[in-house]
Design a protein around this ligand. Structure first.
Ligand code: UD1
Length: 419
């Protein structure tokens, strides 16, 4: 298995171009199932999860071609099957996003249950409850969700917990339902908004996206889309935290600064100077050691759970003690044990990690456990003395495009070791 080797100790400096957002690209690619017309998506990041999505859609009969400059063309003229098999779903939970579009377009869907994963139980009960409220008949049999509906009907769907992919599944299903669907306690994440904006270009009638109540008036058919994915706020945040940790100065280009508010506020609290332009953000730590910050994860516009591990790493080498509270997922502290191997002083107390900053970390072999946890190990490696080798890099490749090239351009000593 490929590994990444990092020799720490260099402040990062320079500019990094941020890719399209994984969590927006995946649902928008799935939305191609909603129409028999051709679709074109630009700024699609080169990631393992995107490849898995294309494989999944390809197996269903979607004709896909890759254009230049991160463009993807998709045409779901006819679907061969309504099956999302276990082999693909288990490598990517977001495969569940085929459920809503398939059911709406095709009248049936069979999707493997995603099952547990490294960051807690992550059930899909709310996806199913929402679609059932819209008239779908749903059974779980042999590990598969089997859903049917001659035509979905608009309904009031109240989500008990804010769920990003749950909101997206119901939103996509509702575009082709008969009548009006109101999604309450909807996720307000920018990636949900991006999906809604794309669906609107296809002819969907959606209002309220970006608030906690989304209203969808269903229609009979949708046209194709020609759309560009929004920039990845988590990738941007990861590079900016790396800048702060190394005492460096990094400009993240191609970002929407307004979507990074919660993260930039914490970076400022940690002592970084921040300069914001219309589509870029620069963090300058001017050689200083960051101060510890307290963070509590929450659905958007709160502090993103996908940035929790990176700030845990920042606190590891910061001045003072920081409390990191995780409220979105259970068991999302797998990275703590690995950071401890590098010499971090941190304890887990329930859903809080108490991090006492140390002056230095020491390089060691560590293991990536999930996507964001693996990114935090790279960040820790950038400041650790000596060599850190991160194993199970495939987790990083699920969500970060060319991570070693991008860090390398900023002056990091980082390379991929072949399997
Ligand atoms: C999405 C993101 C992921 C991010 C997460 C939270 C994608 C592809 N992934 O994941 O990067 O970390 O949002 O911002 O966009 N829940 C239920 N029942 C359900 C669905 C969810 O109880 O049916 C719970 C989950 O266990 C979790 C919480 O709701 O505690 C939020 O999860 P959710 O927003 O659904 O995460 P994902 O959409 O899987």
């Amino acid at each position: 298995m490929a590994r990444i080797q990092i020799r720490g100790g260099r402040p990062l400096a320079g500019s990094v171009e941020i890719s399209g957002a994984k969590n927006a690209a995946l649902p928008i690619l799935m939305a191609a199932l909603l129409t028999d017309q051709p679709c074109r998506l630009a700024a699609v990041p080169h990631l393992k999860d995107v490849a898995t999505t294309m494989e999944l859609l390809g197996q269903m009969g979607v004709v896909i071609s890759l254009g230049e400059r991160s463009e993807v063309e998709l045409h779901a003229a006819e679907l061969h099957t309504d099956l999302a098999p276990y082999d693909l779903v288990r490598t990517m939970r977001a495969s569940i996003l085929v459920l809503g579009p398939l059911l709406a377009r095709n009248g049936s869907a069979r999707v493997s249950l995603p099952g547990g994963c490294a960051i807690g139980a992550r059930p899909v009960d709310l996806h199913l409850k929402g679609l059932a409220a819209m008239g779908a008949e749903i059974h779980v049999e042999g590990g598969y969700i089997q859903a049917r509906a001659a035509r979905l009907k608009g309904a009031r769907v109240v989500l008990d917990t804010v769920t990003v992919t749950g909101t997206e599944n119901i939103l996509m299903a509702a575009t082709l339902a008969e009548g009006t669907t109101v999604i309450e306690n909807a996720a307000q994440e920018p990636e949900v908004v991006d999906l809604a904006e794309c669906l609107i270009t296809m002819g969907a009638d959606i209002t309220g996206h970006g608030t906690n109540t989304i209203t969808v008036r269903g229609c009979d058919r949708l046209a194709g889309y020609d759309y560009q994915v929004l920039p990845d706020r988590i990738e941007a945040g990861t590079f900016l935290v790396a800048a702060a940790m190394t005492g460096g100065r990094v400009r993240a280009a191609n970002v929407r600064p307004g979507l990074l508010d919660a993260v930039l506020q914490k970076l400022e609290e940690s002592g970084a100077s921040i300069a914001v332009d219309h589509d870029s953000v620069e963090v300058d730590m001017a050689g200083r050691r960051p101060r510890a910050v307290n963070v509590t994860t929450a659905p958007y516009p709160g502090f993103p759970t996908d940035m929790q591990a990176q700030f845990t790493a920042l606190n590891a080498i910061a001045e003072g003690t920081g409390l990191v509270r995780e409220t979105v997922f259970e068991n999302r502290f797998m990275h703590v044990l690995e950071l401890q191997r590098l010499g971090a002083d941190m304890q887990i107390e329930g859903n809080v990690v108490v991090v006492r900053g140390v002056e230095r970390l020491t390089g060691a072999p560590v293991m990536a456990t999930d996507l964001r946890a693996s990114a935090c190990l790279v960040l820790a490696g950038l400041v650790a003395e000596g060599d850190t080798i991160v194993d199970r890099v495939y987790h990083i490749d699920r969500g970060y495009e060319n991570i070693e090239e991008k860090f390398g351009q900023l002056g990091a000593r980082i390379r991929r070791l072949p399997a």
